[in-house]
Ligand binder design. Structure first.
Ligand SMILES: CC(C)(COP(=O)(O)OP(=O)(O)OC[C@H]1O[C@@H](n2cnc3c(N)ncnc32)[C@H](O)[C@@H]1OP(=O)(O)O)[C@@H](O)C(=O)NCCC(=O)NCCS
Length: 172
C-alpha cells in the first residue's frame, strides 16, 4: 500500500485532534469510566495545547497518509519535552497510533521506523516509551521492535489509576 509520512504543522491541528481522540478512545475505552475518558479526551487533546506542542522545537508530530487519508500518527519528544526520562541521549515515543480498521497492516512498523530514523538523526542512544501493562498487542509490537522493560510508573486518569511499563530500545 502506498503511503507518505509528513510532519504536522499548526494547520493540521483539527485533523490531529480528531485522530488523537478517536484512536485513544478506541484503544482505552474499556480501561476507564465514561466520565474519566471524556474528561481526559477534552484536556489531553485540547486544541490550544496541541498547537503549542506542534510548535515546540523538541516535539515532532507525524501523520501517515494513504489514499489521501490520515490513518495514523506519531508523537516524538526529545530533551525537555520528554515526559519522564529527560535524558539528553534519549528520544521518547509518546504516542504511536494507527486507526483500528488498519491494524496489522504494517503502518505501525512504518511509524516505528520513522521514530528510529529521527532518533539516529539526532544522535540519540536509545528510544523509550510507556505502555499500559494490559495493552498486550502494543507490548508485543514493541517487543518485536527490540524494546525491553526497564521500569514502571503510575498513570492516573480521573478515578482510574493504572500501571504503565517503561520500555527501552538501544540504538547502535
Ligand atoms: C500498536 C500499533 C501502533 C501497531 O501498529 P500496527 O500497524 O497494527 O502494527 P503492524 O502491522 O506493524 O504489526 C506489528 C505486530 O503487531 C501485532 N498486531 C498488529 N495488529 C494486531 C491485531 N489486530 N491483533 C493482534 N496482534 C496484532 C502483530 O504481532 C504484528 O506482528 P506480525 O508482524 O507478526 O504480524 C497499533 O496496533 C495501534 O495503533 N494500536 C492501538 C494504539 C496503541 O495501543 N498504541 C500504543 C500506545 S502505547
Amino acid at each position: 500500500m502506498e503511503f507518505i509520512i509528513r510532519q504536522c504543522t499548526k494547520d493540521d491541528v483539527t485533523v490531529l485532534q480528531e485522530i488523537s481522540r478517536q484512536t485513544y478512545q478506541d484503544t482505552f475505552s474499556t480501561a476507564s469510566t465514561v466520565a474519566d475518558m471524556e474528561d481526559y479526551l477534552q484536556k489531553a487533546y485540547d486544541r490550544v495545547k496541541l498547537e503549542k506542542e506542534i510548535l515546540n522545537k523538541n516535539t515532532f508530530f507525524y501523520f501517515i497518509v494513504t489514499d489521501r487519508k490520515v490513518v495514523g500518527y506519531l508523537k516524538l519528544n526529545i530533551g525537555a519535552a520528554q515526559t519522564d526520562i529527560k535524558d539528553d541521549f534519549s528520544l521518547e515515543i509518546e504516542r504511536i497510533y494507527v486507526c483500528k480498521e488498519l491494524h496489522g497492516r504494517k503502518f505501525g512498523a512504518i511509524l516505528m521506523n520513522k521514530a528510529i530514523e529521527m532518533a539516529k538523526s539526532y544522535k540519540k542512544q536509545y528510544i523509550w516509551l510507556g505502555v499500559w501493562e494490559n495493552n498486550q498487542r502494543a507490548f508485543h509490537f514493541y517487543q518485536k521492535n527490540g524494546f525491553y522493560k526497564i521500569g514502571e510508573h503510575a498513570f492516573v486518569m480521573g478515578k482510574t489509576s493504572q500501571v504503565d511499563w517503561l520500555l527501552r530500545k538501544d540504538l547502535c
